[in-house]
Design a protein around this ligand. Structure first.
Ligand code: PMP
Length: 391
């Protein structure tokens, strides 16, 4: 039987990590892997999380099962941060999932079970979106999120797609810090999207994997609130793996907004059943640590300060890149306007290969760069390489 299986292509980013590790040049720059880094190239455990983990270790007296919904204290503690001043009036609840990935998977499962057959999404996107949606059996319709050459959001393409979408179709939207383009909708655009989604009775799935890493919780949640305040039903896939630095602990949640509070019990029972069939229960440690941070004012303050310094560092890098305006085909000024961990540069695969071979600059084949891979010290080297390969 197993000889029927065709070998799958190796994950390109993982291959890139190996190549980077084997490169002995001191001036090499890693812009590939999608995690936050300090100016020293580290991805440390947050101080607030370290403190919460110490408490967890001291106080936890059982590892007994929790249930498919995970740690509901964690799930509910995220809600005020996620929703800001939006009052869910008993219409939103959720469950813990293994990372944002698990939340997207469960969202797709639930949509299918509820009768949705088609979902619209902008591209490029996080590559796993299309894999998950297809694995579940949803038909994926795509539109261009951004014109990489001009670095402009293609809002016309989105409008045309929503125009073609039919009542009962779902639409997947990145809440903030779009992966991979960093190009987010303006508040006016979000209002317009929300109006159309509501008028056409489309089902919104908002993926919020970088909440707080753009301009802060309030600003980064504008789009989510704009949509929630206009539609009867919505799904929110939330990840704490970036904004609490918990990547490998797999911390996420899926929230559902129902038309009335009375519908929550049935929806939650469906989510629990789907979770049981997928992974039974989510891992506890990371979510419990997040809960401990959010239950404690002092730890919450430490966490918010850590996030603020991450934001400031990424903003500083973006400003430093943007100061170079344009180099060859690459519009760096736009990078200054974008948000979060990523941007995509307009480079050919030959130029990307030359940057790696001649300058030790490692980036994904798509031209995606990790903003946190830059430092004040390595930007001049990167710019020199960019000038050379685009000349
Ligand atoms: N959605 C988007 C847009 C992402 O970029 C990611 C992670 N890279 C996820 C979801 C999944 O996050 P997690 O690592 O928590 O599974």
């Amino acid at each position: 039987m197993l000889e029927q299986l065709k070998a799958q292509p190796a994950d390109a980013l993982l291959a890139l990590i190996k190549l980077y590790a084997a490169d002995e040049r001191a001036e090499k720059i890693d812009l590939g892997v999608g995690v936050y880094r300090t100016a020293d190239g580290a991805t440390p455990v947050f101080a607030a999380i370290k403190a919460a983990e110490a408490r967890l270790l001291a106080d936890q007296n059982s590892k007994s099962y929790l249930g498919p919904e995970g740690d509901m204290g964690f799930v509910r503690a995220i809600m005020p941060w996620m929703l800001g001043d939006f009052d869910p009036a008993g219409r939103i609840d959720g469950l813990q999932t293994p990372g944002g990935t698990g939340a997207v998977r469960l969202a797709a499962d639930l949509l299918l079970k509820a009768g949705v057959r088609r979902i619209w999404m902008g591209t490029p996107s996080w590559p796993n979106h299309v894999q998950i949606l297809n694995a579940v059996g949803l038909a994926c319709e795509t539109f261009r999120h951004m014109d990489v050459a001009t670095q402009r959001l293609d809002f016309n393409a989105l409008e045309a797609a929503l125009d073609k979408a039919e009542a009962g179709d779902a639409v997947l939207l990145h809440g903030c810090c779009h992966n991979p383009t960093g190009a987010d909708y303006s508040e006016t655009q979000w209002d317009e999207i929300a109006e159309t989604v509501a008028a056409k009775r489309l089902f919104p799935l908002i993926d919020l994997a970088y909440h707080g890493l753009g301009h802060g919780f309030e600003a980064d949640g504008y789009g989510l609130r704009a949509v929630l305040s206009r539609v009867p039903e919505a799904l929110i896939a939330y990840s704490c793996d970036k904004n609490f630095g918990l990547y490998r602990e797999r911390v996420g949640a899926l929230y559902v907004m129902t038309e009335s509070p009375a519908q929550q019990a049935s929806v939650q029972s469906n989510l629990a059943a789907l979770a049981r069939a997928n992974w039974s229960m989510p891992p506890d440690h990371g979510a419990a640590s997040v809960r401990i941070v959010l239950e404690d004012e002092g730890l919450t303050k430490i966490w918010l300060d850590e996030l603020a310094s991450m934001r400031a560092r990424m903003r500083g890098v973006r400003d430093a890149l943007a100061a170079h305006q344009a180099i060859g085909s690459v519009n760096l000024a736009a990078v200054g306007q974008q948000n979060g961990l990523f941007s995509v540069l307009q480079l050919t695969s030959e130029q990307i290969a030359a940057l790696r071979a001649d300058y030790g600059v490692y980036m994904a084949g798509s031209g995606r760069i990790n903003i946190a891979g830059f430092t004040d010290a390595n930007i001049p080297h990167f710019i020199e390489g960019l000038r050379a390969v685009t000349a």
